[in-house]
Design a protein around this ligand. Structure first.
Ligand code: SG4
Ligand code: ZN
Length: 259
């Protein structure tokens, strides 16, 4: 699986991961001084304030930790061409706190980045959405590490020991997803057209990356707590640095929302 973990080798098995000229891959660097686009108003995050019934599932996939969300949440507005169903969120992180996020802000990396993945509601499933240039809308949230504990991340934090190894799954009681977003300045975000940051690297994602980070404490950070292998004893390989390198924009428009 070594090769699969090297983003520069993905193109061997997934041709669309080759960063050819004119391609529009993710992540990219975001620049504070980007042009404001007055038509980019706040997104409607429907159902994000509710405590839904049923359960959510946290899984160690070997390359990330994914929280599968039930029904009842959808995203629209903010310049998105339609309504997108919220299906899951996952995280990218580093090995030390100076790296981890996929996008960079003025070339700076945050310790973590959370991605909330949404499928255009006209598509029955992910396979179908991957055929549509605007089939997915992913919300990116930078996560800073501070001395402050963030209670809103605690149900995920509490479940981490149960998913320490690849393939393990743990149910989580739903909570208002809004709690995981920055508590203010949701009007400030960056928008561009890019790709999945893992194979098959499909160039079908409308990215919304919030400018203001949320935060967790050192104790809540994933870095030393998650392993990428199934073996429980011998080869305990930490799952770290699961972020892709920065790609050129090749003249793509990248917008900042109005302030
Ligand atoms: C992570 O590897 C997730 O585990 C994947 O989720 C996700 O794939 C992939 O990242 C790419 O998503 O927002 N970083 S990203 O571009 O959401 C998809 C699953 O495999 C399709 C469930
Ligand atoms: Zn991601």
């Amino acid at each position: 699986d070594e090769e699969h973990c090297d983003p520069y080798a993905w193109g061997d098995n997934y041709p669309s991961c080759h960063p050819l000229l004119e391609s529009h891959h993710s992540p990219i660097n975001l620049d504070h001084q980007l042009m404001k686009n007055q038509s980019l108003d706040s997104l409607h995050l429907e159902g994000f304030n509710l405590t839904h019934k049923g359960q959510w599932w946290l899984t160690n996939q070997g390359h990330s930790v994914v929280l599968e969300l039930g029904n009842g949440m959808q995203v629209s507005g903010g310049g998105l061409p339609g309504t997108y169903r919220t299906i899951q969120l996952h995280f990218h992180w580093g090995s030390v706190s100076s790296n981890g996020s996929e996008h960079t802000l003025d070339h700076l990396r945050f310790p973590m980045e959370m991605h909330i993945v949404n499928i255009k509601s006209t598509h029955p499933n992910l396979t179908s959405a991957l055929e549509d240039p605007t089939g997915l809308a992913v919300l990116g949230v930078f996560i800073d590490v501070t001395y402050l504990h963030n209670e809103n991340f605690q149900s995920i934090s509490n479940a981490l020991p149960s998913v320490a190894y690849k393939g393990q799954t743990k149910s989580i009681r739903p909570f208002p997803l809004m709690n995981l977003l920055p508590q203010n300045n949701l009007t400030q975000y960056y928008r561009y057209h890019g790709s999945l940051t893992t194979p098959p690297c499909s160039q079908v994602v409308l990215w919304t990356v919030y400018e203001v980070p949320t935060y967790i404490s050192w104790a809540q950070l994933f870095v030393k707590r998650i392993y990428s292998t199934e073996e429980l004893a011998d080869k305990q390989v930490h799952l770290q640095n699961n972020y892709r390198h920065i790609h050129p924009t090749y003249g793509r428009p990248v917008y900042a929302s109005k302030d």
